[in-house]
Design a protein around this ligand. Structure first.
Ligand SMILES: [Zn+2]
Length: 172
């Protein structure tokens, strides 16, 4: 984990395309604590809304949310082994990603979502979310499955972004 704080991984890095492994309690507790400490610093530095473990090179099912969302997320910052069920009408919102720097696009996603996850102690909790929080958790869980938000854009938008994405992949 020595490269954890160096930078957030950018599109083109193979770790962003892997399906992450579930974390195990209590075996992984020390690893989880170290990982979270690094991720909190990285998210704070990058000023993002959320950060998934693969974005710092660790292919495990964990993400964190920026503390600005504490109220919406009922005080939860760390989500381990999350399971989500998006539902409701499709809603358009602009989305961006620390791993796809400089690109912001409007994307449709279900407006609501439930999430069940474990906290740092391994205790399960559930939330029923809407608005930005519902979108945030869908975006972060996609990361754990190797999916980036630009994958979900329409073919036309993808085509328009092709050159910029290619440059990002090359620059890394
Ligand atoms: Zn992202």
């Amino acid at each position: 984990m020595q490269n954890l704080l160096k930078s957030v991984r950018v599109i083109g890095d193979p770790v962003l395309r892997k399906k992450s492994r579930p974390l195990v309690f209590p075996e992984d507790i020390l690893y989880i604590r170290t990982l979270i400490a690094g991720m909190v610093k990285a998210l704070d530095t990058a000023e993002g809304l959320g950060l998934a473990a693969p974005q710092v090179g660790e292919s495990v099912r964990l993400f964190i949310a920026a503390p600005d969302h504490l109220e919406e997320l009922n005080g939860h910052v760390v989500f381990i082994n999350p399971e989500i069920h998006p539902y409701g009408e499709m809603e358009k919102r602009e989305e961006g990603c620390l791993s796809v720097p400089g690109i912001y696009e409007v994307l449709s996603r279900p407006a609501q979502s439930t999430i069940k996850a474990q906290d740092v102690r391994g205790n399960y909790f559930s939330l029923d979310l809407d608005g930005l929080a519902a979108r945030l958790i869908q975006h972060e869980v996609d990361h754990l499955d190797g999916v980036l938000f630009v994958d979900k854009l329409s073919p036309i938008k993808k085509k328009l972004l092709k050159g910029r994405l290619k440059r990002l992949k090359e620059e890394g």
